[in-house]
Design a protein around this ligand. Structure first.
Ligand code: SF4
Ligand code: SF4
Length: 474
């Protein structure tokens, strides 16, 4: 019996296996129904999103001309909601001690070849100084699950340490947190510590596959993991991020599960996911991606990104340095709004690059360019790199943020903030080539600020930034 209920608080009911199977069967049965697909595309043009069933049909569509329209629409929606802006962040690995048995991750307990490391607060300070020296303002902290080595107190101390480091003109203004599912009490503590988004990847939405891939440790409890975002929101964390690790299960199953999860959050809390991440399984110590037979070809991966962008237009979409420069370039166009740059995926990697035999990294980085090289590349592609962190600091979170975002009004803040934070980067960290490229892009983008008063304020603030003032925001 199909017990699908997006308003339920039970994992098996809001991510319901039978509903996913039915959805895929429905999409397959209608994949040649041109009229229906055209109708869904028309609905998508309203920029209000699609249901998981409608989106699945677009994913399966193999009419070439309609696929072109789907890609075109994804690009338009991206442009409408995000303009040319791309938000930059960096991951910061605190500790790779972990008691879980995830078969796809080199931090799993039984991996005896990986070097285990946990940063002390002094080492975190050094890592943060290194990150601030690159120009980063927004971090995503990562740690394995280990109540002895990485208890919640360690995570809270680390967040405080990060916010307290102000090196030269640098500071970290938003710390997003990517740690294991936990209880409401701990989520409240994270909220009080002033985190930005709480991000937790589902890995796979297929319960039986999930259980195979998580044979041991607390993460093996599928329901506890899947219901974690609900607990985080009940604890008062307004912004939560979803993600699957594509390649563990059929891409279509994951796609539908992901959209159902977004629908559930919207239904229960009135606020959908703040971000959706789309990592793919990639090589790492003691992990062979070939052992997961669900790897996705690049063209299908592009289609997934485009269809998520259309189905959940308001959500930020994140891609990491797991993907190559070429792939990132394609995906930016189709819907990605946030990328990491200059990332180190090893513990302590910003201060000291590891020798191969010292490996403590979670995955191999494909895009190994420095942050400045990534910025120059973005600018030359016509994007406006942004280090903005204003919303959470101005209390624009949760439903307040979503209302502005869905109405397209958030743009009035994003564009000026992007320009001003890029100017800060230029003054403090840019190479000569990046500086010149940024200058041109800023001149162009200022003209796109529609409100003349705001335009004038931005010009005044750019001058003040040149004179040494920092941290202006709308
Ligand atoms: S995915 Fe997370 S929980 Fe699983 S082994 Fe890696 S660090 Fe631990
Ligand atoms: S204004 Fe808000 S939504 Fe826009 S880039 Fe800044 S933090 Fe993000």
């Amino acid at each position: 019996m199909n017990i699908y209920d997006p308003a339920s608080k039970k994992a098996d009911e809001f991510i319901n296996h039978e509903e996913i199977v039915d959805t895929l069967a429905y999409a397959n049965a209608h994949r040649s129904d041109r009229e229906l697909i055209e109708k869904i595309i028309e609905k998508a043009k309203l920029r209000k999103g699609l249901t998981h069933r409608e989106a699945a049909l677009l994913l399966y569509c193999d009419y070439e001309d309609l696929n072109e329209e789907i890609f075109r629409l994804a690009k338009e929606i991206k442009k409408d909601f995000y303009g040319n802006r791309i938000v930059l962040f960096a991951p910061l690995y605190l500790s790779n001690y972990c008691i879980n048995g995830c078969l796809y991750c080199p931090y799993h307990l039984k991996n005896k070849t990986i070097r285990r490391k946990k940063l002390s607060q002094d080492e975190i300070r050094e890592e943060v100084i290194a990150l601030e020296n690159l120009g980063h303002k927004r971090l995503a902290i990562e740690a394995g699950e280990d109540p002895v080595n990485n208890p919640i107190e360690y995570i809270l101390d680390s967040i405080k340490t990060i916010y307290d480091v102000h090196h030269k003109n640098g500071d970290i203004r938003r710390v997003n947190v990517n740690i294991a599912a936990t209880d409401i009490e701990n989520y409240k503590k994270l909220k009080d510590a002033g985190i930005g988004t709480y991000i937790l990847f589902q890995e796979t939405y297929n319960r039986s596959r999930y259980e195979e891939l998580h044979p041991s440790g607390p993460k093996s409890d599928y329901c506890y993991h899947t219901e974690a975002h609900d607990r985080a929101m009940e604890a008062g964390i307004d912004d939560v991020g979803l993600g699957v690790l594509f390649g563990l299960e059929g891409f279509d199953y994951e796609f539908v599960g992901l959209l159902m999860h977004a629908e559930h959050l919207e239904e229960v809390f009135g606020v959908g996911p703040h971000t959706i991440s789309v990592p793919r399984v990639c090589p790492a110590d003691d992990i062979d991606p070939q052992s997961f037979d669900n790897s996705i070809p690049d063209d299908m991966f592009e289609k997934i990104v485009a269809c998520i962008r259309i189905a959940v237009p308001y959500t930020g979409m994140i891609i990491s340095t797991r993907e190559s420069q070429k792939m990132r370039e394609r995906l930016l166009d189709l819907g990605i709004s946030q990328i990491s740059g200059g990332s180190r995926t090893s513990v302590g990697g910003y201060v000291k690059e590891e020798l191969p035999e010292e490996n403590s990294a979670q995955f191999d980085v494909s895009d190994t360019r420095s942050l400045d090289e990534v910025l120059e590349w973005l600018l030359k592609l016509g994007y406006l790199p942004s280090f903005c962190t204003a919303c959470y600091r101005e209390g624009r979170t949760g439903d307040r943020f979503m209302r502005l975002c869905k109405a397209g009004q958030i743009q009035n803040c994003c564009l000026p903030n992007a320009i001003m934070t890029l100017k800060e980067y230029m003054q403090d960290y840019a190479s000569e080539d990046t500086y010149k490229a940024a200058q041109d892009v800023i001149e162009e983008q200022i003209e796109d600020i529609s409100n003349p008063k705001v335009k004038e304020i931005v010009r005044e603030r750019l001058e003040k930034i040149e004179q040494g003032e920092r941290d202006f925001r709308f």
